[in-house]
Design a protein around this ligand. Structure first.
Ligand SMILES: [Zn+2]
Length: 410
């Protein structure tokens, strides 16, 4: 295939993907404007519901503007050979291929982030602020950025350097060695994310003694869940939106509750939410999704090994000879249709897992508590009660509230 054909394919893929997302967003926005069913109407107060619709509309429109802007810039950059140009620009200063690649990705990352800062700022300090969610201060926003850059440079830099090293020393055989490396990294992150990474951004404290802790301990005993760590995270530092999640496995497993969740829910509701998280553990969802992402990564790396040394990819991006970092970018774009399909698959599995965890929770607690908690959460977060089914199919990792309530009634 000629480089020109490859470039045309890359442009076509980018446009198709963007067009598809726009169609989904429009469908979703239209759907949310349809009158609510009686059941859904009982969940929201009319005033609050109006606010939630307004929130959906504002977010969607803002997404069109910010998404359209970054799409146009990326497309222009790609079509005009910007990637090759940036590499040529660095060439006289950094002769070493691997270090040039690190600088290349570093610059791309920082420049694209800086371009999007006005949008991130507007999203946080105007939109989220207007709907009463924002708790982030400008100082925290800047600190988060700096920490994020440092962490990205450290973790991304090390992994990228290893990948390039393996590519240059092992040739097409790099894929299975790097697969082992990345698997080890994923396992490590899964176990230590809440101990090493999260504390850089948030404070995690063990849930204090008291009524809630007692109720959770009692529940854990009842369902034979080896309770080691329940933590409270200060999510209120950034947003009033609430959440809870399960992290790690083996001895490192943790249930993390947002302080905003604890504030707004009764003990019974919190135990039901905790029970849902325990359900994920009991039904082996945590291990399942980890294994699935390890397998997906292996498949991707193998397919990458078939393309990564193809000189035409670099030339399509505007270089004059093979440059592995340009090929990495071209490959990521070519792989987009496959990752689109694997993400659909992951979302389907994830939504099925949510139903199972809900089922586990209502079978082991008072069956009214989880529905009550989920309704409250949806209203507080101004969730969309009527997303378009196609939007749900492609994007939702959790089933919409009404579907969950319906499933729990059975
Ligand atoms: Zn869940």
């Amino acid at each position: 295939m000629t480089p020109q054909t490859i470039l045309l394919i890359l442009i076509a893929l980018a446009i198709a993907n963007y067009g598809f997302e726009i169609v989904l967003e429009i469908l979703n926005l239209k759907e949310s404007k349809k009158p609510l069913s009686q059941e859904a109407g009982a969940i929201y107060e009319p005033e609050k519901y109006k606010k939630s619709m307004e929130y959906q509309a504002v977010q969607t429109k803002f997404g069109f503007i910010s998404g359209g802007f970054s799409f146009s810039i990326s497309l222009l950059f790609l079509a005009l050979g910007g990637f090759g140009w940036l590499n040529d620009l660095l060439l006289p200063y950094i002769a070493d291929n691997s270090f040039r690649a690190l600088a290349f990705f570093g610059i791309l990352f920082i420049v694209s982030d800086i371009i999007s800062i006005p949008f991130q700022w507007y999203g946080t300090f105007v939109i989220e602020e207007k709907f009463g969610f924002n708790k982030t201060t400008p100082k925290l926003f800047v600190l988060d950025k700096i920490k994020g850059y440092a962490l990205g440079a450290l973790l991304g830099g090390v992994l990228l350097y290893l990948l390039l090293l393996l590519l240059t020393t092992l040739g097409t055989q790099f894929w299975w060695v790097f697969w082992l490396v990345i698997t080890a990294f994923m396992l490590f992150m899964n176990m230590f994310y809440t101990t090493l990474i999260m504390p850089l951004f948030n404070k995690l404290t063990p849930l204090e003694e008291g009524e809630l802790r007692l109720a959770i301990e009692e529940y854990s005993k009842k369902v034979d869940f080896p309770l080691t760590n329940i933590f409270v995270i200060d999510g209120s530092k950034r947003s009033s939106k609430a959440n809870a999640f399960f992290a790690g496995f083996g001895k490192k497993k943790k249930v993390v509750l947002y302080d905003t969740l604890i504030e707004n829910h009764s003990i019974e509701e919190l135990v039901a939410i905790f029970a849902h998280e325990v359900g994920h553990y009991k039904k082996k969802h945590i291990i399942g999704s980890l294994v699935s992402s390890i397998l997906q990564t292996g498949a991707m790396l193998y397919i990458m090994s078939l393309f990564i040394f193809n000189k035409s990819l670099s030339i399509a991006l505007g270089a004059s000879e093979l440059q592995l970092h340009l090929n990495l970018i071209a490959f990521t774009m070519l792989y987009a249709p496959i990752s689109f399909i694997t993400s659909i698959f992951s979302n389907v599995v994830s939504r099925k897992n949510e139903f199972e965890a809900d089922r586990f929770a209502i079978e082991t607690t008072n069956p009214n508590d989880l529905p009550k908690a989920l309704k409250k959460l949806s209203v507080d977060n101004l969730s969309n009660l009527q997303p378009h089914p196609a939007y749900v199919f492609f994007h939702y990792s959790h089933p919409p509230l009404l579907k969950r309530l319906e499933a729990m009634k059975k």
